[in-house]
Unconditional design. Structure first.
Length: 230
């Protein structure tokens, strides 16, 4: 919780300079659309890379790169303090890396890449009253991450004989925090984040048979956005 508070405060501080002295805020029945830059930063850990021929390879693992895209979220204010939110975005592309294969005589480090979409539903509690200029909030919900357009690197294809990369979809819990700054009757500036539980298995065929590694991606998702209240 301390990490969430620190990040939100850091993101939000410059926005205070833009606030007017009095505005209207979120009320029951309002719809809010926010659009802005969204960064997915994996906090990943993984099991060992294993092959059908060798079993688990000691000292190995997998990594997932960061990605930034255009994100949007849609909120329905069920009451003055409770909002139901859906997160969507343009597809995020992540580089996939292999760690430790050099210990076993392989030079491959870049496995390939995958795209993903992370639709997330959260129920958020907004602090303060409906007429508050600043509305911090916390939320809890569920995420479904769909992986697609998986592709292998030329190095993995050449050295490992890799083919048919597959990354399993994931369902997990999502934690949410953010703050809205009302800058008029309709317009909102927002700084927010999610922490999402994403677990997946990465598999592909190779010269050593089927290769598999399990990964906990568990990304922090950061967003700075402009919103409009209907």
């Amino acid at each position: 919780m301390k990490r969430i508070t620190t990040v939100i405060a850091t993101l939000a501080t410059p926005l205070f300079l833009l606030l007017p002295s009095a505005v209207f805020s979120h009320e029951a029945g309002d719809f809010i659309l926010r659009v802005g830059a969204t960064s997915v930063v994996p906090d990943e850990s993984s099991g060992l890379i294993s092959t059908a021929t060798t079993g688990a390879l000691a000292g190995t693992g997998a990594g997932v790169g960061n990605s930034t895209q255009l994100g949007l979220n849609f909120v329905y204010m069920w009451s003055d303090n409770i909002g139901i939110e859906v997160l969507a975005a343009t597809p995020f592309e992540h580089d996939l890396t292999a760690k430790g294969l050099g210990l076993h005589g392989f030079a491959t480090t870049g496995l390939g890449s995958t795209d993903q979409l992370p639709p997330t539903l959260t129920f958020n509690y907004f602090f303060g009253g409906a007429d508050s200029t600043i509305r911090p909030y916390l939320g809890l919900g569920v995420n479904y991450t769909a992986f697609f357009s998986e592709s292998l690197s030329s190095q993995a294809k050449t050295e490992l004989g890799a083919r048919s990369l597959d990354v399993d979809d994931s369902v997990g819990v999502a934690f949410r925090a953010g703050v809205d700054f009302n800058i008029g009757d309709r317009w909102i500036l927002n700084a927010s984040l999610w922490n999402i539980d994403i677990d997946t298995d990465v598999t592909f065929n190779s010269a050593l048979g089927k290769v598999k590694v399990s990964a906990e991606i568990d990304p922090w998702v950061y967003m700075i956005s402009l919103g409009y209240r209907f």
